[in-house]
Ligand binder design. Structure first.
Ligand code: ZN
Ligand code: ZN
Ligand code: ZN
Length: 102
C-alpha cells in the first residue's frame, strides 16, 4: 500500500528524510513515545526508508506499537488511519524555510 502523499503524521516525503519527525503519539490521552527503527549502522527500514535510530514514518509495517509492543499497523491500540499527534505548539507558526540539500 503505497501512497505518495507523504507521511501521515509528519507530512514529509519519507524518501527525503532519515526518519519521522514525530516522536510522540497520544492514545486516549496517554502519551506514548514511539519506538525507533533499529537496524545495522546506516541501514534503512525496508518499508519507510527510516535510517537506523530514527522513527518510522507512519503506517510502516515494521513499526512496533508502543502500547502493546506488537506490530503497530496490525494491532487495535489506536486508529492508524487517524492518529492523534500533538506535536505542534499552538500559536507558533512552523517556519517553512526551504531546506535544500545537495
Ligand atoms: Zn513521518
Ligand atoms: Zn519503517
Ligand atoms: Zn498496540
Amino acid at each position: 500500500m503505497a501512497d505518495n502523499n507523504g507521511c501521515l503524521v509528519c507530512g514529509q516525503d519519507p524518501l527525503q528524510l532519515d526518519g519521522c519527525r514525530v516522536a510522540v503519539i497520544y492514545v486516549e490521552d496517554e502519551k506514548y513515545v514511539r519506538i525507533p527503527f533499529f537496524g545495522d549502522l546506516g541501514e534503512r527500514c525496508h518499508d519507510c526508508n527510516a535510517l537506523s535510530g530514527h522513527y518510522h514514518h507512519w503506517g510502516c509495517d515494521a513499526e512496533i506499537c508502543p502500547v502493546c509492543r506488537g506490530q503497530l499497523i496490525g494491532c487495535d491500540c489506536m486508529d492508524v488511519e487517524c492518529p492523534v499527534i500533538i506535536n505542534k505548539q499552538p500559536g507558533r507558526k512552523a517556519t517553512n524555510r526551504s531546506n535544500r540539500q545537495k
